[in-house]
Design a protein around this ligand. Structure first.
Ligand code: AMP
Ligand code: MG
Length: 490
């Protein structure tokens, strides 16, 4: 009898242990609504380790009941679904109202937001259909999880499902999908701007208090909140630069207050090193090119500081002075994080005079020689000179540099073995190369074949390990395989 009761309890236990702090904020922070059901939901994949971390039973999530939840066809017990309100600067232009136009926050589990992306129209959809296409959903799944494995702060993917419906995009009707996104919080710079621009100081304060309580409990002032977000963002963008990652759409509505990489759209890792690399088809001016990312983050943080101004001082002058002081620290914070990371990439444990110039010289040779970014540092780590030289159109210039680098390394006290191991821990062999991601999308779209998806995900789960059986995944694209553009038609 007792055993029977226990079984019943388990069977009826909630799938998610929700505690929804954002839903408790004032009504003007969000619009309450249910996801829009889809015709024929089918599970693509569950992220089992992540489900377990969140205390969610992966088998139950993969069951018909779970898939109905992941597709938005069923609202789980304890959820309080809502679309978040926010604004933002898009390509530098102010847009007073954006908001979750195709996403619904189901609720929070263990302090993490559980959000459906592509779950149907909301009051913030403007002209959009509220849906997501399969290709971008798979890209976000792969690239986001690869970032997590690389140790970069990021939103995660809990699951993806197909909808059995088509979505109309510029390249025609495409299969639809819904992604379940997990984040420390989906509050963005644009969330602060939304209220700041309306002169709703009370809401700015409520939001700041919320963020401090949820994300930064040690922060004891609004100025410290600003500094913390500046530091997190500097750290994050430094990590992007060190890995050759291009976000693609660094609008202020895509800048996380939690310091996570968020809103994977036309994002990509660079193959050949070129600071002007742009992937987004809508970024004609190159605003969000690889080499611009640190500057753009600075610009975005100024927008954050501006929204926080009413909380930063007794009067406008004092607030401005405080904000300016915090903002002025950004370049130094970014450079400290970036240069420290660069030194690790080339194996300098103790920093010496002239190191940055020497590293700068390598980057110039990489640009001139059109060398693959990722493999340059990996082959350098492994001491594979011949493989390294083969990456450069100008190997002779590289040889001169290698001589100087080895002379500099001779001043280090760590053993060559230790150095190689340390370099390999920061210089991945495997990144989500665009041509591989595209091949995965094509196989899924054309044939419903997810074997390439699974294999790529498995390889990218261990980006720093040599995986000889999968060596081909480390290869740059061959001529004709290069992907130069990813469409924002997401
Ligand atoms: P993104 O460029 O993906 O960060 O989106 C910018 C804004 O457009 C956000 O407010 C999104 O919610 C909204 N949006 C993007 N795609 C759609 C869509 N298909 N339907 C409705 N809203 C969308
Ligand atoms: Mg966005």
């Amino acid at each position: 009898m007792v055993a029977m009761n226990q079984m019943t309890d388990v069977a009826h236990a909630n799938m998610f242990a929700f505690d929804n702090s954002y839903a408790r904020l004032p009504e003007r922070f969000h619009a309450r609504l249910h996801p829009t059901p889809v015709a024929d939901p089918k599970l693509i994949r569950i992220n089992e380790p992540l489900a377990r971390e969140l205390g969610i039973d992966p088998a139950r999530l993969a069951s018909a009941e779970g898939v109905a939840v992941l597709a938005g066809n069923r609202v789980p017990q304890g959820a309080e679904p809502l679309a978040m309100a926010y604004a933002g600067h898009q390509f530098g232009n102010w847009v007073p109202q954006l908001g979750d136009g195709r996403a619904v926050l189901l609720g929070e589990v263990k302090g993490f937001d559980i959000q459906l992306k592509g779950s149907g129209p909301t009051p913030f959809s403007r002209n959009g259909d509220g849906r997501a296409a399969l290709g971008p959903v798979l890209r976000e799944f792969i690239v986001g999880e690869a970032m997590a494995a690389l140790g970069v702060p990021t939103t995660r993917t809990l699951a993806a499902v197909t909808t059995g419906e088509r979505v109309l995009r510029q390249d025609g009707p495409l299969p639809g999908a819904v992604l379940t996104r997990v984040s420390k919080s989906h509050v963005r710079v644009g969330t602060f701007e939304y209220f700041g621009n309306r002169g709703d100081v009370e809401a700015v304060k409520t939001l700041a208090d919320y963020v401090i309580a949820r994300l930064y409990p040690d922060v004891d002032s609004y100025r410290a909140l600003l500094e913390t977000v500046i530091e997190r963002t500097a750290q994050l963008v430094a990590r992007w630069q060190l890995l050759g990652f291009i976000h693609g759409v660094m609008n202020t509505d895509n800048v996380s207050i939690a310091g996570e990489t968020i809103d994977y759209g036309p994002c990509a890792f660079m193959d050949r090193y070129d600071p002007a690399t742009v992937f987004s088809s809508i970024d004609r001016g190159g605003r969000y090119a690889y080499g611009n990312q640190p500057r753009i983050a600075h610009w975005n943080l100024v927008r954050f500081a501006q929204a926080l101004l009413p909380l930063l001082g007794e009067n406008e002058q004092a607030a401005l002075a405080s904000a300016q002081e915090a903002i002025n620290a950004y370049p130094g914070r970014f450079e400290a994080a970036y240069f420290a990371g660069l030194c690790l990439k080339v194996g300098f444990a103790q920093k010496r005079e002239g190191d940055l110039e020497l590293i700068g010289e390598l980057f110039r040779h990489m640009a001139d020689g059109r060398a693959d970014f990722t493999l340059t540092f990996r082959h350098l780590s492994d001491g594979h000179d011949e493989k390294l030289r083969a990456l450069f159109d100008n190997a002779a210039a590289l040889d001169v540099w290698l001589g100087k680098w080895r002379a500099r390394l001779a001043e280090e006290t760590v053993s060559p073995q230790e150095r190689a191991a340390a370099m390999r821990r920061v210089n991945p062999l495997f990144i989500p190369r665009n041509h591989r991601v595209e091949a995965v999308i094509v196989a899924a779209q054309a044939r419903g074949d997810y074997a390439p998806f699974d294999e790529l995900r498995a390889v990218l789960a261990k980006p720093f390990d040599d995986q000889p059986a999968f060596a081909r995944y480390a290869d740059p694209p061959q001529a004709g395989e290069e992907v130069t553009e990813t469409f924002c038609g997401t």
